[in-house]
Ligand binder design. Structure first.
Ligand SMILES: NC(=O)c1ccc[n+]([C@@H]2O[C@H](COP(=O)([O-])OP(=O)(O)OC[C@H]3O[C@@H](n4cnc5c(N)ncnc54)[C@H](OP(=O)(O)O)[C@@H]3O)[C@@H](O)[C@H]2O)c1
Length: 282
């Protein structure tokens, strides 16, 4: 199976390039700007992949409120072009979306049948991208959230872990509920869907379980032997951000677990595996 990964320098994209048994062609923004349809078509025609994996995104949630055109160009219109590129070469199209398509007013994990109701420009642009991705002959739209474990080490999990290791205070939301997800597990679940030839569909591709960021912080502190009082409990209500954030964002991965034939590891297991890779670093 030959994969063409666009957004190959990103957190998730780099995991495909760094470690799969498949033939992978990874393209960064320097290789192809996905908003340039002619360049995108040329790159896909040249590579002739079995699977086109879109790991690009305009992920600046606050910036998108003021730069709507860029958010739509990357997260929506470029996805339509990628689906068209997949049609040209008969490739399967894998596209990643987000928990931010939901309004965050739930009290139990969202499933794939839950009503999408984004509350930010970023969320709207990603939802539109989901719809365009379905133009491809065979497609998977995989909603991920709170990713960690990329080689860039810039996730919330990384920020909490490095503050705790250095003995610094770090803020953690006590009321935002999430399903933190390890990029390695997201990659492996993606490859399992492809290997099992699962019919096209929308899947929540996250680790299992749900937690507040305060609970995630306490888990990381326990793993590092750090003090819980270094975690400064914060409420979403106390923080003023340009874009509205959904408060309750946990996703149920039951549909994905059934499709790949096994439950995904819990977020605790995933965070533990990742934090163990940090030991020995300064
Ligand atoms: N990170 C999360 O917690 C999170 C949460 C929910 C959903 N997601 C989704 O998961 C997917 C992967 O996210 P990630 O965290 O791996 O993102 P990331 O680390 O920000 O990587 C995105 C990559 O896309 C590239 N890119 C942006 N615009 C481009 C363009 N016009 N042409 C070519 N490349 C372009 C970026 O290049 P530059 O570095 O040069 O800008 C970057 O390398 C995305 O669909 C994202 O929306 C992520």
């Amino acid at each position: 199976m030959k994969l063409l990964v666009v957004g190959a320098a990103g957190q998730l994209g780099s995991t495909f390039v760094d470690g799969t048994a498949h033939e992978v062609v990874g393209l960064t923004r320097a290789d192809v700007d996905v908003t340039d349809q002619a360049s995108l078509f040329a790159a896909v025609d040249r590579a002739r992949p079995d699977v086109l994996v879109n790991c690009t995104a305009y992920n600046n949630v606050d910036g998108a409120e003021d730069d709507v055109a860029t958010a739509l160009a990357v997260n929506s219109i470029a996805v339509r072009a990628m689906a068209a590129a997949a049609i040209r070469v008969g490739a399967t199209f894998v596209h990643y979306s987000t928990d931010f398509v939901f309004d965050g007013e739930a009290s139990a994990p969202y499933d794939e049948d839950s009503r999408a109701r984004p509350v930010s420009v970023y969320g709207c642009s990603k939802l539109l991208g989901e719809w365009f991705a379905r133009d491809a002959p065979r497609w998977y739209v995989l909603r991920v959230e709170s990713l960690f474990g990329g080689r860039q080490a810039r996730s919330s999990v990384d920020k909490i872990a490095s503050a705790l290791r250095e003995g610094r205070q770090t803020p953690v939301f006590m009321d935002r509920v999430v399903t933190p997800s390890y990029v390695m597990d997201v990659r492996d679940a993606t490859l399992a869907l492809l290997a099992r030839d699962v019919p096209s569909g929308l899947f929540h591709c996250v680790n299992s379980g749900a937690a507040t960021w305060a609970e995630v912080g306490r888990h990381i502190a326990d793993l590092l032997g750090a003090r819980h009082d270094l975690l400064t409990l914060t409420s979403v209500k106390d923080v003023s951000l340009r874009a509205r954030r959904p408060v309750y964002c946990a996703l149920s991965n039951a549909r994905l677990a059934q499709a790949v034939g096994h439950p995904l590891p819990t977020w605790q297991d995933a965070v533990s595996r990742y934090v163990s890779t940090l030991s020995g670093q300064a």
